[in-house]
Write a protein that binds this ligand. Structure first.
Ligand code: NAD
Length: 516
């Protein structure tokens, strides 16, 4: 009886959701979306939103990227993304363009998904965000919701709003009255963007002609167009981005506007149907949530790496420790895999940026500072392991398997493998390497390495073989063949893909991270 009641309630709730969903379908189809920045985040966001049934235009300033997309190709590797793009392009819901003006004018919701790389001092460089804010202002022609998906310092959404408001006011004054605006009324860029934002003078030049000018035409110039700002940070992981976007742990929406909130709820209605938790909050809290998540995960990785380093000293097995820790519900087993330290396009820059944000507010974020320095040392400790096994590395040939910062991506930004290769090169080593997807990207920054066809060519004649990225295909190597090809049977497994005892039985000198 109880079960029947429970099932009936579940069914009723599902039907209610379907009805709500169908009622809002017409409205959803009317929401037109522009995504500015079609990189890892923008392209996945645009494609998945199109797959939710929305009309999406992905914009990028990179003509080559857009040409690849228009011709049916894909500029990055991301599992399942190419098929999903094709499906939605064929359905007429997804288009690609360099024409930001047209995309902005024709859309009600504009997502910003441009890069926010690090400045030299670790703070986030907001030049791309600022430029987009300026561009959007030029082409406002109606009410717009401007959604920031990029990872940005606290206060950036408010500053985007301030920039657009000031530009609109100045632009209106320019159109209504004097042809030129005295430089005295043009705001100093540093007053519009956060102290550590990496100001680009091009964003607001103190000249009479560089102000954004509304295009002359039918649109009214007598009023500033209304807009709302939303902070909607993205939590997808490269390598599983499509799955993550469509099955997120949470959707965070920060905004002060009930109207924008309603539109965002409609955009994400497909996820509401599968019971995704939503966190509705302020702009600033949404911005900080993203940094807090990344900083915490980076801390967890670094913690288990330090436990692994201690295991190396005391002869304990880090896998068993991680397993036992993960069984504690308060800890969870995720992000407890020891290795060469975190890398990629997010954790390194976001931990640095959060420290920088804290400093700019007069707070010393001690835990995170320690995480950053321990992570740097982790790379060095991996090279120490190789030196310990091989002695001097001068003129030794090291075979490196894996260049991407993790498996299932071609992204090499802040890749541990690349950092380790650079340290090995400094020691005078020669590098042979192989990666299933990331060799073209690596050739652009390290053209002089020896790039191999596969794992076995990499091992041939090398003094040691280092597994630097956890690609699945490296988990089942023919180790007997590898041993014959290597000059000396040394296997350094920086991702702990193999069982030490089994590899040693084959006659290898084997070392992992935190287990021997
Ligand atoms: P990316 O470098 O891959 O893509 C950014 C794109 O924006 C580029 O294609 C660039 O050409 C384009 N662009 C820059 N300025 C432009 C302009 N004015 N007009 C049109 N296009 C412009 O960056 P990404 O990895 O997609 O990251 C984007 C943001 O999302 C960053 O803030 C990042 O921290 C955040 N983020 C990234 C990930 C990830 O896994 N990559 C995950 C979550 C959040």
């Amino acid at each position: 009886m109880g079960i029947h009641l429970f099932l009936s309630l579940q069914l009723a709730s599902y039907i209610l959701k379907l009805v709500t969903h169908n009622l809002s379908t017409e409205r959803r189809q009317r929401v037109k979306i522009a995504i500015i920045g079609s990189g890892y985040v923008g392209l996945v966001t645009g494609t998945c939103l199109a797959d939710f049934g929305l009309q999406v235009t992905c914009v990028d300033q990179d003509e080559q990227k857009i040409n690849i997309l228009k011709s049916g190709g894909i500029p990055i590797y991301e599992p399942n993304l190419e098929d999903l793009i094709q499906k939605n392009v064929s359905a007429g819901r997804l288009t690609f363009t360099n024409d930001l003006e047209k995309a902005v004018k024709e859309s009600e919701v504009i997502f910003i998904a441009v890069g926010t790389p690090s400045n030299n001092d670790g703070s986030a460089n907001l030049a791309q965000i600022e430029k987009v804010a300026q561009q959007i202002t030029c082409y406002l022609n109606d009410y717009k919701v401007i959604v920031n998906k990029s990872t940005v310092p606290i206060g950036t959404a408010a500053k985007i709003k301030e920039i657009i408001n000031k530009y609109q006011t100045l632009s209106l004054r320019a159109t209504e009255g004097s042809a030129a605006i005295p430089s005295s009324v043009i705001p100093d860029p540093s007053s519009l963007i956060p102290a550590k934002a990496g100001i680009h003078p091009s964003v607001i030049a103190r000249s009479e002609v560089s102000l954004p000018q509304r295009k002359q035409g039918k649109q009214s110039l007598s009023t500033a167009y209304p807009f709302d700002i939303v902070s909607n940070p993205e939590f997808l992981r490269e390598g599983s981005a499509v799955y993550d976007f469509t099955h997120p742990d949470k959707i965070v929406i920060g905004t002060e506007s009930p109207k924008a909130l309603k539109i965002m709820q409609e955009i994400y209605r497909s996820l509401y149907l599968i019971d995704t938790p939503f966190v509705f909050t302020t702009l600033e809290t949404a911005e900080l949530i993203k940094y807090a998540c990344n900083a915490f995960l980076a801390t967890k990785i670094t913690f288990i790496n330090e436990i692994a380093n201690l295991c190396d000293k005391v002869g304990a097995d880090v896998h068993q420790i991680a397993k036992a820790m993960g069984l504690d519900g308060r800890i969870s087993p995720k992000f407890l895999h020891p290795g060469p330290g975190f890398g990629g396009s997010c954790f390194p820059k976001d931990t640095e940026a959060l420290c920088s944000i804290a400093t700019s507010y007069g707070y010393e974020f001690k835990t995170l500072q320690a995480v950053i320095s321990a992570n740097k040392r982790q790379r060095e400790l991996m090279v120490e392991k190789i030196k310990h096994l091989l002695g001097s590395l001068k003129d030794k040939t090291i075979g490196v398997l894996g260049l991407a910062f993790k498996q299932n991506t071609d992204d090499i930004r802040k890749s541990p493998a690349i950092d380790i290769i650079n340290l090995l090169l400094k020691e005078g080593a020669k590098i042979k390497c192989f990666d299933p997807l990331a060799m073209d990207n690596t050739k652009k920054i390290l053209p002089d390495l020896t790039y191999c066809q596969d794992e076995y060519e990499t091992a041939q004649g090398s003094d040691a073989l280092v597994i630097a990225t956890e690609w699945n295909q490296f988990r089942n190597l023919d180790l007997t063949k590898i041993k014959k090809l290597l000059k000396s049977p040394i296997l350094l497994d920086l991702r702990n893909l193999y069982e030490p005892a089994q590899v040693k039985e084959l006659g290898f000198i084997y070392e992992g991270v935190g287990r021997k």
